[in-house]
Design a protein around this ligand. Structure first.
Ligand SMILES: Cc1cc2nc3c(=O)[nH]c(=O)nc-3n(C[C@H](O)[C@H](O)[C@H](O)COP(=O)(O)OP(=O)(O)OC[C@H]3O[C@@H](n4cnc5c(N)ncnc54)[C@H](O)[C@@H]3O)c2cc1C
Ligand SMILES: NC(=O)c1ccc[n+]([C@@H]2O[C@H](COP(=O)([O-])OP(=O)(O)OC[C@H]3O[C@@H](n4cnc5c(N)ncnc54)[C@H](OP(=O)(O)O)[C@@H]3O)[C@@H](O)[C@H]2O)c1
Length: 365
């Protein structure tokens, strides 16, 4: 944890961002919002039992200036695939530190690589890593994707590094042999100074909304926290001329044990800095249960705030992001189905609209 907190100190005193001005915009929304001085009415067209109707959520907060929605798919200055597998960028490991406790089930490492500014990524993107060595056929290993865990400025604030949060994969196969995942073990074993072959950056699904007044609900299991650490550093630890977050960021993080809570101290620091703009909820599956005695998964924790989450979801500047284990998607869908049903709304249809408006963003596997 020591190195991660050193990086944190570096970031808190960051200079202003040098990020480029907003690109040309493309409006993506068919939703309407009608604003009154201090009260906003948000409308969304939804299909209820075959009929299209408008539903409304009233939010009695200071009405923020309306920010035009920009489709992240059309943002012009988002770089993708600058480095391809045949011609990867070679960075160096600057730091690699285990961020789970010794008694945690499995190890997760936080690592920082040098890029010299040559791999210009955005919060929410991923990079590929090509591990050293060859596969069983003597061919170079294929790349594996990893969500970037640092903001675009990087952990040292100079836009010259990229960080990852990697779980060491170790499992027992059907023959009873212990198998180690190729790339995750290569990464977790990297020593400072070692070279690492990087491809990308890739991905637009998880890019952050531009709106600094947005409500951003982040749902992570395990290393699925990576893109959200990236978002949250930009929101709470950095100064940007073109982005001053003043919305609500709400993070739900699901892990097996308290010794596997990732970046907990950083998130608590953010909460101290911005208590009105950041909410933090953990679901520790092997230590906590709900009032019915059920295992505390991320969706179990979310269910405790069901009504509040549902109200937030009716606003057209609420964005949900989900990252981590594939299984979490169904669990979260299940609670949404019952919430939507209370308002007579078909969740599948509603989710389609949210996806279209880029308000429902999922990267699970
Ligand atoms: C967009 C994206 C982002 C990602 N981000 C991250 C991230 O931020 N952090 C992170 O740690 N990972 C992330 N991953 C996962 C990562 O890409 C690798 O898949 C992971 O590290 C395992 O790779 P490996 O080379 O270590 O394992 P491999 O050598 O590729 O072995 C994996 C294979 O082992 C087998 N296997 C795995 N578990 C078991 C089991 N329990 N029983 C039997 N067989 C099994 C499966 O066949 C599996 O395909 C991400 C994946 C994607 C697609
Ligand atoms: N973008 C991506 O696609 C992306 C990014 C990052 C990571 N990943 C992948 O996501 C996975 C994260 O695994 P991890 O090992 O880091 O996590 P982990 O530390 O094992 O934590 C996962 C947590 O999710 C819980 N969980 C298990 N099944 C669930 C379900 N159906 N619904 C909700 N919660 C559930 C686990 O509970 P129990 O174990 O107690 O059952 C545990 O508390 C890895 O496979 C990683 O490679 C993908």
């Amino acid at each position: 944890m020591a190195s991660a907190s050193a990086a944190l100190t570096a970031a808190v005193s960051l200079p202003s961002s040098k990020s480029s001005p907003l690109p040309t915009r493309t409006s993506i929304t068919s939703l309407e919002r009608i604003g009154f001085s201090k009260t906003c009415l948000y409308y969304r067209n939804v299909s209820i039992r075959g009929r299209v109707v408008s539903i409304r959520a009233q939010v009695t907060t200071e009405a923020p200036a309306k920010v035009e929605k920009i489709s992240k798919k059309n943002e012009e200055d988002v770089v993708v695939n600058k480095f391809k597998p045949k011609n990867p960028y070679t960075g160096r490991c600057l730091l690699n530190t285990k961020i789970t406790g010794d008694d945690a089930p499995g190890e997760t490492w936080h690592m920082v690589f040098s890029t010299e500014g040559e791999v210009p990524y955005r919060e929410g993107q991923s990079i590929g890593v090509i591990p050293d060595g060859v596969d069983k056929n003597g061919k170079p290993h294929k790349l594996r994707l990893y969500s970037i865990a640092s903001s675009a400025l990087g952990d040292f604030g100079d836009s010259k590094t990229v960080s990852l949060c990697v779980k060491r994969l170790v499992y027992t196969n059907e023959q009873g042999e212990i198998v180690k995942g190729v790339c995750s073990n290569f990464l977790c074993d990297l020593k400072p100074g070692a070279e690492v072959k990087i491809t990308g950056p890739v991905g637009k699904e998880m890019l952050m909304p531009k709106d600094p007044n947005a409500t951003i609900i982040m749902l992570a299991t395990g290393t699925g926290i990576a893109p959200f650490r990236s978002f949250l550093w930009k929101m709470f630890f950095e100064k940007h001329e073109d982005y001053k977050f003043n919305g609500l960021a709400w993070l739900f993080l699901g892990v097996p044990t308290s010794s596997s809570l990732l970046y907990k101290e950083e998130f608590e620091k953010m909460k101290e800095k911005a208590p009105n703009n950041f909410r933090l909820d953990f679901a520790v599956s092997r230590e906590q249960t709900n009032e019915k005695g059920e295992k505390m998964y991320i969706q179990t924790r979310m269910a405790q705030y069901a009504e509040e989450l549902w109200e937030l979801l009716k606003k057209d500047n609420t964005y949900i992001y989900m990252c981590g284990l594939k299984g979490m998607e169904k669990g979260i869908d299940d609670i949404m189905v019952s919430l939507a049903a209370k308002d007579g709304i078909d969740w599948a249809e509603y989710k389609k609209q949210l996806k279209k408006g880029e308000q429902w963003n999922v990267e699970v596997y």
